[in-house]
Design a protein around this ligand. Structure first.
Ligand code: AVJ
Length: 351
């Protein structure tokens, strides 16, 4: 997501062309299309390397095929799962206050924007010079962006199909306009703190010296609430967890039997994280890309971390990436936070 004013090598970068009128003009970068259409072999190799590791693991990105995205959508509507509705409450309630803090008229970038649902709650108040949703899933993103554009005709919306590490070229006419990255959903929680600092450093480079970051961060709380949020009574989170195995079967021709792995989710208090695992219900073997993997009874595969922070502990992490805590907003039960950082201390972005 590094931003370049110009690029000598356009074919390898996602190009945004703001001079073209309504239709968003973005070509996928090599990186983006390779991530989207990674060959069976590359995916097999990634899964194999995770399962050959000392602590067996699968990257949580494999949750999100079409069915997995539907399951996640169902999770967000569960009584037990507070993050999504709480963040929406915060965004709705504090939109004007957030805009006052961040200033208006920035170039607003959203990595992993997906359906662009949450930014809707801010667009009127933030009045960005341009909104740039970025997502790996091109068709879905472009459809969402087109719908959003019809709802906000006065705001230029320019989707970019790319993954978060892709270089994105901003057209010259946006040069000099402060940039703000919007990263809701507590997606940052999937990273370990060290990885999160890396990601935040990347954001810091993207926004430059006069930009900002508005980020949703889930908060530490009573472990009973956390344990319920990842162990819902209807079993949607269990289905979501197991679905990564079905997805891997489809992507690589592997022969996981998802029903033979139990959903395990618990709050690790000393590490301040939810851990999700899949636990083999018996001794079994699975073949992935021609390699056979033996699982003992009760052996686990780590599928996700979801780190929880305090406002202070997250600000400390961001500081390591050169981001200064400016303001934050929480719900009345202090379940979830929206936090605003800038690269420099001083005036808000633009007015
Ligand atoms: C999308 C990463 C924020 O960690 O709460 C929900 C994913 N996993 N239930 C989270 C998730 C299980 C979610 N994030």
């Amino acid at each position: 997501m590094a931003i370049h004013g110009r690029t000598p090598c356009q074919g390898e970068r996602a190009i945004l062309n703001l001079t073209d009128s309504d239709t968003a003009q973005a070509s996928t970068s090599t990186l983006a299309s390779s991530a989207e259409q990674a060959s069976d072999d590359a995916i097999s190799a990634e899964i194999q390397s995770g399962l050959n590791a000392e602590a067996r693991h699968i990257n949580p990105k494999y949750f999100y095929d079409e069915y997995g995205s539907q399951l996640f959508d169902q999770i967000t509507q569960l009584d037990e799962y507070y993050p999504t509705r709480t963040e929406i409450t915060i965004l709705t309630r504090f939109a004007e206050d957030i805009a006052r803090a961040t200033g208006r008229g920035s170039v607003l970038l959203e990595p992993g924007a997906g359906s662009c649902a949450k930014v809707r709650l801010l667009l009127e108040a933030l009045a960005p010079a341009c909104y740039i949703p970025i997502d790996i899933s091109r068709e879905f993103l472009f459809a969402a962006a087109q719908q959003l554009q019809s709802e906000f005709p006065h705001i230029p919306i320019r989707p970019v199909a790319a993954d978060m590490q892709a270089d994105i070229q901003l057209p010259d006419n946006l040069d000099g306009i402060p940039r703000m990255v919007f990263y809701p959903g507590s997606t940052i929680g999937n990273y370990t703190p060290a990885e999160a600092v890396e990601f935040l450093r990347h954001v810091r480079r993207t926004i430059g010296d006069n930009g900002g970051l508005l980020i949703g961060v889930d908060l530490q709380k009573d472990p009973a609430i956390l344990n319920l949020a990842y162990n819902d009574a209807a079993g949607v989170t269990a289905a979501f967890n197991r679905n990564c195995l079905s997805n891997i079967n489809t992507l690589t021709g592997a022969n996981f039997d998802p029903e033979r792995f139990r959903h395990i989710a618990f709050y690790n208090e000393s590490e301040h994280r939810i851990e999700m695992h899949l636990e083999s219900d018996s001794r079994q073997s699975v073949v992935i890309g021609g390699q056979s993997f033996d699982f003992k009874k009760n052996e686990r595969i780590l599928t996700e971390y979801s780190y929880k922070y305090t406002v202070e502990s997250f600000a400390q992490l961001a500081a390591e990436a050169g981001l200064h805590a400016r303001e934050h907003w929480v719900d009345e039960d202090q379940l979830f936070s929206l936090q605003y950082f800038t690269a420099s201390l001083g005036q808000p972005l633009v007015e």
